[in-house]
Ligand binder design. Structure first.
Ligand SMILES: Nc1ncnc2c1ncn2[C@@H]1O[C@H](COP(=O)(O)OP(=O)(O)O)[C@@H](O)[C@H]1O
Ligand SMILES: [Mg+2]
Length: 366
């Protein structure tokens, strides 16, 4: 079981949006997920259309009265997502448990007693580093920090990272840290520069899929429906689906290949005439379908961005283009070039921004 806290003391940077949509996207990938709302504002609870004023038992009763999590967990409209709800009652928790022993480990202890089985626990933190966030970070093995790149404060981020370091030292427990750029507007030069800076600064711990600005995310929250059900064809869904894939990839890198429909074993896919070459190449097949396209090329990190260099191409009658490339394990950015126009791979939701202000598709081969 992986326990992931979503934390940042700054409000409005996308914590709740991430908690709601990551939990839903993981559930769509057949993971059993428990979302724990640790914010008295109850936005994660509302985001699953559960009325905060109608909740009987909540996370407050777990933290204050030692109730079992199993007794407060509710089912949600999304199969495989359960919710430990929160409401305004949680505002007084700091005073109410101020003199309890182990007041910083109340959530961790509750999770230890959990009987229901989950693959993931996602914890949505409030916008401060008080007792609720400390409880969440203590219980978690990982923390995702959403970072609003449209309004970036390095100062706030370093304070949070310091807190996490302090917590690691204090509790002696390792907390894997990941940064998720949010509200990214690729048309804004400022946002692109900030994203590059954050990438340079936090190389290796940053999600390669930023959550782009998408008004459907805001709408979906107000209707109490996760984006995967509210607007499955929106960039908000693609980005959170890509993020969920990255989380699963950490679990087992081979999972990723199954989730990227365009990548299949070359040996089974390619037509007879290139079979021999492909077998010899033992390559990866990238598939592009467009009956009208007269010329389709592929370029990426794997061929120094020289279109079709080192690529075996086949085209089928129905307009399916197959590009076979021998690539060693690694992460690669790439694009298709369709009759002279560069395009991201429409079959691959995972993209990263490039220095030209557009996107490259990203594939990871292990
Ligand atoms: N990628 C995004 N694009 C557009 N709006 C977003 C995005 N992420 C979050 N929002 C909106 O921004 C507001 C703050 O986000 P929220 O997730 O509630 O932040 P936090 O939990 O950190 O306070 C909400 O109205 C939410 O719907
Ligand atoms: Mg929130």
């Amino acid at each position: 079981m992986r326990i992931i806290a979503v934390a940042n003391q700054k409000g409005g940077c996308g914590k709740t949006t991430t908690a709601i949509n990551l939990s839903a996207c993981l559930a769509k990938r057949d993971r059993k997920v428990l979302l724990i709302d640790m914010d008295p504002q109850g936005h994660s609870t509302l985001g699953y259309n559960i009325k905060t004023e109608e909740i009987g038992l909540s996370i407050y009763h777990v933290l204050r009265e030692g109730l079992l999590l199993d007794d407060v967990i509710l089912n949600t409209s999304v199969q495989n997502v359960s919710l430990a709800p929160a409401n305004v009652v949680l505002f007084t928790i700091e005073q109410d448990i101020a003199f309890f022993s182990e007041k910083e480990s109340r959530l961790q202890n509750a999770i230890c007693k959990l009987k229901k089985k989950f693959d993931y626990i996602i914890i949505d933190c409030p916008p401060n580093l008080g007792l609720l966030s400390i409880n969440a970070l203590r219980a978690a093995g990982e923390v995702i920090i959403p970072l609003d790149v449209s309004f970036f404060s390095l100062h706030g981020l370093s304070r949070l990272l310091e807190t996490i370091e302090m917590l690691k030292r204090h509790t002696g427990h390792n907390l894997e840290t990941f940064i998720l750029p949010t509200m990214f507007d690729r048309r804004s030069r400022f946002a692109r520069e900030i994203l590059d800076e954050v990438r340079n600064h936090f190389n290796g711990i940053i999600f390669s899929t930023p959550a782009r600005h998408c008004s459907k995310l805001r709408e979906s929250a107000s209707f109490g429906v996760p984006i995967c059900e509210y607007a499955p064809n929106s960039i908000g869904h693609w980005d959170y689906a890509g993020m969920a894939d990255e989380v699963l990839m950490q679990e087992d890198p081979s999972m990723y290949e199954a989730s990227v429909a365009v990548m299949e074993s070359a040996i089974n896919l390619i037509p007879d005439k290139v079979e021999r070459q492909a077998a010899q190449y033992n390559g990866i097949v990238f598939v592009y379908r467009d009956a009208k396209a007269a010329d389709v090329k592929i370029a990426g990190d794997f061929n120094n961005w020289i279109p079709d260099k080192g690529v075996v191409t086949s085209r089928e009658k129905d307009g399916t283009w197959k590009k076979v490339i021998n690539i060693p394990p690694g992460a690669y950015q790439y694009k298709f070039c369709i009759d002279g126009d560069w395009k991201e791979d429409p079959g691959n939701p995972n993209v990263v921004s490039n220095k030209y202000g557009s996107y490259n598709s990203l594939v990871i081969i292990d």
